[in-house]
Design a protein around this ligand. Structure first.
Ligand code: BJW
Length: 248
């Protein structure tokens, strides 16, 4: 499934960067975006995942994110998330750059997580920018009202990055540093079509990293990585970790 060369690279690595996407959380029961049965088979992204849609119909967008937040809260990290935590026993610095807005890498126990597209469990006021408790959103939705800020009555939105929005500058800096200084780069469970995340695997390769992709389906980068490992993250990553444990 994977080569001895990958195990050697990981054994000698000081730094590993991992880019994760919705696929790593699929085995926790959180739907991906673009697969059959995924979120965007039922909803057009332009209807819900951008600021114009939010301003046009805040209750619809708040309600959709509330539903997805509840799915995330009911989910648990899986063997793929846990394998990345185990990797920290073998490598000095493992940085997980996640496009996922779920909290599962943090909850699994990963030490260094970069939230590239935000976090669905947080919400903030679009006017004064203070954090707003999810319970306030839930109460407003149940009353059939748009959720607003307790301080200034501004509209409340999820702390996620929508299309056309800038990524958090700190996340960009940390991801860029991890990508250009790592010895091994793993791209796991992402279709690699959304920028700027989609650029990271090839940026790592240009900087000299050994680049590996884990995904049951091929993506635009599959032909350009050092190893493409076809399979679910919850099986491939633990298998790699078992080999690493044995080789230690
Ligand atoms: C498994 C599995 C298992 C299944 N195991 N694998 C350069 C070129 C072209 C366009 C642009 C560009 N730069 C910027 C853009 C515009 C835009 C963009 O990229 N558009 C493209 C779609 C063309 N990017 C942006 O707007 C970004 N902002 C930005 O760049 O600001 C500067 C700027 C602004 C304006 C103009 C120019 C520059 C922001 C992007 C924000 C993305 N936000 C979303 C929604 C987050 C909130 C929410 O959750 O609702 O983030 S979109 C959505 O896609 C979400 C995801 O994080 C992201 C990536 O999806 P992901 O994770 O890859 O999921 P899927 O479903 O696509 O794939 C799952 C994969 O898993 C599949 O491959 C399966 O095979 C696999 N899989 N089971 C392992 N068990």
């Amino acid at each position: 499934m994977y080569s001895d060369a990958l195990i050697d690279h990981l054994r000698s690595a000081d730094r590993v960067a991992v880019l994760t996407g919705a696929g790593i959380s699929a085995e926790s029961g959180i739907p991906t975006f673009r697969d059959p049965g995924g979120i965007w088979e039922k909803f057009e992204p332009q209807e819900l995942a951008n600021v114009e849609a939010f301003l046009e119909n805040p209750e619809l967008v708040q309600g959709w994110y509330r539903h997805r937040r509840q799915v995330v809260e009911d989910a648990e990290p899986n063997d793929g998330h846990r394998a990345l935590v185990r990797l920290e026993q073998h490598v000095d610095l493992v940085t997980t750059i996640t496009q996922n807005v779920d909290d599962l890498h943090n909850r699994a126990g990963s030490s260094e997580v970069v939230e590239f597209h935000g976090n669905i469990t947080r919400n903030y006021c679009t006017d004064c920018e203070q954090d707003v408790d999810a319970a306030r959103i839930d109460a407003a939705i149940e009353d059939g009202q748009p959720a607003t800020c307790p301080e200034c009555e501004g509209l409340v939105r999820p702390d996620v990055v929508w299309f056309g929005e800038m990524l958090p500058p700190d996340a960009m800096d940390r991801a860029s540093e991890a990508t250009t200084t790592c010895d091994v780069f793993l791209s796991v469970g992402t279709s690699t079509v959304v920028y700027p995340a989609a650029r990271l695997p090839m940026l790592a390769k240009e900087a000299g990293a050994y680049v590996v992709e884990v995904n049951p389906d091929r993506t635009p980068i599959s032909g350009n990585v050092d190893e493409y490992l076809a399979g679910p993250a919850g099986e491939v990553l633990p298998a790699i970790l078992s080999s690493l444990d044995k080789a230690a």
